[in-house]
Design a binder for this molecule. Sequence first.
Ligand code: AMP
Ligand code: ZN
Length: 114
Amino acid sequence: MSDCLFCKIIAGDIQSKKLYEDDEMFAFFDINPMAPVHFLVIPKKHINNLMELESDDTGLLGRMFFKAKELAAQQGCGKNGGRFVINAKSDGGQTVDHLHVHFLGGRIFDWPAG
Ligand code: AMP
Ligand code: ZN
């Protein structure tokens, strides 16, 4: 999608601190980290948000979470874990309309989230 921030990051038109890339996903550090480790995993296919996920994309989402946990472990969070989050649409606080999994680690998080 031409006017999408994350599509531009995937294309390399906007710089990012890339962590990982393959043919179907891209991972990079969040520009405004909310934890000592905070990165995003996004599909290369533009999907607006989780509410618009189609049944054909469930495997992709599973692989994104699997990669997120591998990257989290590589970032030193394998032992203590962290928070894997998808914000969806306005009530979820989504600010970039391209599906993304957040991983936040390196500190303890409260539950329920505020
Ligand atoms: P959300 O609020 O769930 O839509 O999350 C969007 C995230 O994208 C926020 O945590 C932002 O800090 C992050 N973000 C926005 N622009 C950039 C960028 N250029 N590079 C990396 N992360 C970004
Ligand atoms: Zn996009």
